[in-house]
Design a protein around this ligand. Sequence first.
Ligand code: HEC
Length: 142
Amino acid sequence: MKKVHLAAIAIAGIMAIYSCGGNNTQTETSNAPATPAKVTGDAIYKKTCITCHQANGEGLPNTYPPLAKSDFISDKEKTIAQVIKGYSGELTVNGKKYNSAMPAQQLTDEEVAAVLTYVYGNFGNGGTSVTADEVKAVRGKL
Ligand code: HEC
């Protein structure tokens, strides 16, 4: 009898998780603690990066460099560091110089991994995945 009970509780729990996490239409509860539901790179991009790098990843001329087909991101470690630590000073993307500043992004290792996997998989980029462990390793070196 006990086993049946436990199974029922487990199923109810799983259903609860799915019913909260299934829908990504931004319910502005940004202060909610990290939910066990998976963070999506898409959502993080739209919340965090889009203001500067734009919806299409093209950035803005002379101000925000593009993530779309950026040659900069071929260096994964440098790209991870860019997001964790931000950067200010001269930087070259696809032969064009930018001299602006990107603030350090306050994201967890999982969030950095998710958003960069999203960037690599979209905007005409080649599609590489970034894991939380890789982010952690770079963070440890900074
Ligand atoms: C406040 C504006 C701003 C936000 C928000 C921002 N960036 Fe940036 N980003 C910049 C600027 C400006 C540079 C170039 C910095 C320089 O010129 O020194 C840059 C450079 C980069 C680069 C390296 C150059 C390139 O285009 O390939 C990457 C990668 C990058 N950003 C990714 C991200 C990601 C991912 C996010 C969201 C998690 C993000 N940025 C959020 C402004 C921003």
